[in-house]
Design a protein around this ligand. Sequence first.
Ligand SMILES: [Zn+2]
Length: 430
Amino acid sequence: MADVLFTNVRVFDGGGDAPFTGDVLVQGNRIARVAKTAFGARPVPAIGAQVIDGAGAFLMPGMVEAHTHFSWNDQPSLDAIQRMPPEEHILWCAEVAKRYLDMGWTSCVGAAAAKPRLDVVTRNAINDGTIIGPRYLAAGQEITLPGGLGDSTQPHLPQHEFAFGAIVSGAEEMRRCVRMMAKYGVDSVKINLSGESITGMPSEMSQFTEEEIRVCVEEAKAWGKRVAAHARSTWSIKQCVRHGIEVIYHASFTDEEALDMLEAHKTEHFIAPGLAWLINTSHHASQWGLTPEVTKKMGYHRELEAAVESMRAMRKRGIRILPGGDYGFAWTPHGTNAKDLEYFVKYVGMSTMEALLSATAWGGPMMRMGKVLGYIREGYLADILLIDGDPLADITVLQDKARILAVMKDGEFHRAPAMQRTRATTRWAA
Ligand SMILES: [Zn+2]
């Protein structure tokens, strides 16, 4: 693996400061030097390195997606996802994993898979080089209860009919379920603590008992697994804080008490609202029968309003809000995930800087790699993007594959830049 020296780039290092003109040297899979050339910094020792003249391109850390479902197959319903046979399904996951990397997402946090081992097998294949994809934390099926989000069984079909979620009722079934997931090798366990209006169980309902949740968290911790929750209702958000559930997906409906609880524990939780799902289901899914009239009746318009208000309040309180959420439906196809950053600016009131940091600086700890991931700093892992344009001026450039000039993961180019490359022949470059 040749060393790579990026020269003449605008470095956004993820620390919150304005970008500076400089050079970045990658040695092996690490960032070895970051130099501010504009201030007459020392030259970078780079003999033999591949030199890339960035011509002023924007260099930033690879982005982290906080709520990823590789196995959602860009179809209009959970049923259509679930019915995909396993053989096709695993190939689909492999293709989608590559798509994330293409679009600059060098890390993704799995937030549930449509079959028990899809995520685990995909993660393992990425890690051993069988397929191409981002760093990935694998999830199992969503844990749900009879009648909850993900219970797709029907009384006239055989009991063993495969369900979308893992359905449990009672503490002992919960314990067994989490143990099975640990056996399969998941990194995290995801529990559906609230409903989801499209499935018939409203988003504001929460039906797991405290005992079931307690056992879920206890058992996951015993196996060293993280717990994440689908939590749209106010009550379910409070359950997450009370039970120490680290990752809170959606968090649409809050009251003062829920916000106070989150603020008091803000270093212990990550919030990924998944606004893309709410926005596009409410307003851009008519082609699939979900006209605005239909989705309004379902409750999604009201939920979108509530979610925007909740996120604005959380932002003001310094609670960590991250991009990602339920891409992989027909109206939120995989690869369009950078829309989340646009939504953060447009709806939540974040600056473009805050939106970028939500995908980088917060991404490191979200991947449980906070000391080595999410920054362009010496010693950090070389997950690097080169962007044509300035996301701080226009956050939407990150949605355009043509503007993502290069994607490097772990020191290797997934996509090398087309710009001219030479090899450093002197001991010092730049
Ligand atoms: Zn989800």
